[in-house]
Design a protein around this ligand. Structure first.
Ligand code: ADP
Ligand code: MG
Length: 326
């Protein structure tokens, strides 16, 4: 590497004093970062790696890649109802490309600042491009949102507009483009490359949601995790699914494929007692984030899809996205 490892870290990933959030007692550059969780809080920890060719295309602008590498991790904190504290960055780089590093660091640190989440350390090695992020968050003791709390009769909710990211992916793959306008493609591409982690929603759902997960592998697949962990089943009402404006012109089949089996959405899918319905609606309004009530938890395991409540069940032709099959 032309620029030495330590110069690279110092130039792109260590912030001058007074710049960026300061949450660590001992910060980036020492053997360990030292953080002090607030009294009464538990630590929430998660890690996700992005590998070129599998999780992103080489054409993604580095600034968006930096954003997404942290966003997918913040999304896991959001799903737990945790407030971000800090993160570690494990970078594997094929070469030192300073223009790439500058863009990557800009996107990464801008999102970090937005969520007051400090880069407290990391690791830098040479090899095929891979980006590993580990996030640390805090949540009041015993109040983390889990996958296991869904109860019979609970409403099933989803935030935002799942399906946009999949539309962009299909467009990039060249499989689903006829009639896709440039504007709709740009909207979808932004959702894929620059997802907005629902951190404020997750924190707001503490005490309201009975179970939560972030939608990374597809709505139906991720709903399956809540159902399995909670030992329940679900009825979903397809007419209540939110349709993103960029999906409005697609066929109903394409819309449902993108929304139900898309993945990479980083929206929150959660269950909540009907007693909290009004509070959930108010939270969505307060955050300016659409929240759609799309189904109901039932005791019988499995899932059934209906166009609307009270109608005959529909054929279910969706299987969840699987990294080792796709
Ligand atoms: P060690 O040999 O103790 O593992 P390193 O040489 O790997 O330490 O890292 C030196 C310091 O730089 C550490 O504080 C580490 O957290 C930080 N660091 C290394 N790589 C990164 C990176 N990609 N982003 C942020 N901090 C990093
Ligand atoms: Mg190291």
């Amino acid at each position: 590497m032309s620029l030495g490892e330590f110069d690279l870290i110092a130039r792109y990933f260590q912030r001058p004093a007074g710049q960026g959030p300061r949450r660590a007692v001992v910060g980036n550059g020492d053997d360990c970062a030292v953080l002090a969780p607030a009294p009464g809080m538990q630590l929430a920890v998660s890690t996700d790696t992005m590998v070129e060719g599998r999780h992103f295309l080489s054409t993604v602008p580095p600034e968006r890649l930096g954003h997404k590498a942290l966003a997918v991790n913040l999304s896991d904190l959001a799903a737990a109802g945790a407030q971000p504290l800090g993160f570690l960055l494990a970078l594997t780089l094929p070469r030192v490309d300073e223009a790439w590093l500058a863009g990557f660091a800009r996107g990464l640190l801008a999102l970090a600042d937005e969520h007051d989440c400090e880069l407290v350390g990391g690791d830098t090695t040479a090899g095929p491009l891979a980006i590993g992020v580990t996030v640390l968050g805090e949540v009041p003791s015993g109040r983390a949102l889990l996958r296991s709390g869904a109860a019979v009769g609970d409403d099933i909710w989803v935030s935002g507009h799942p399906g946009e990211a999949r539309l962009a992916l299909e467009a990039f793959r060249g499989t689903l483009v006829p009639g896709l306008s440039a504007a709709d493609f740009e909207t979808a591409r932004l959702a894929l490359e620059r997802p907005d982690p629902r951190v404020a929603l997750g924190v707001g759902l503490r005490g309201l949601a009975s179970a939560a997960i972030d939608v990374s592998d597809g709505l139906l697949g991720d709903l399956g995790h809540i159902l399995a962990h909670s030992g329940v089943g679900a009825d979903l009402f397809l007419s209540t699914l939110p349709i993103a404006p960029c999906l409005a012109a697609r066929s109903r089949t394409e819309q449902l494929d993108c929304i139900l089996a898309g993945g990479d959405d980083y929206e929150l899918l959660f269950t909540a007692s009907a007693a909290h319905r009004e509070a959930v609606v108010q939270l969505g309004a307060q955050l300016g984030l659409p929240l759609s009530r799309i189904g109901r938890v039932r005791g019988q395991p499995g899932r059934s899809l209906f166009e609307s409540e009270g109608m005959a069940p529909l054929a279910d032709r969706w299987a969840s996205f699987d990294h080792f099959k796709a």
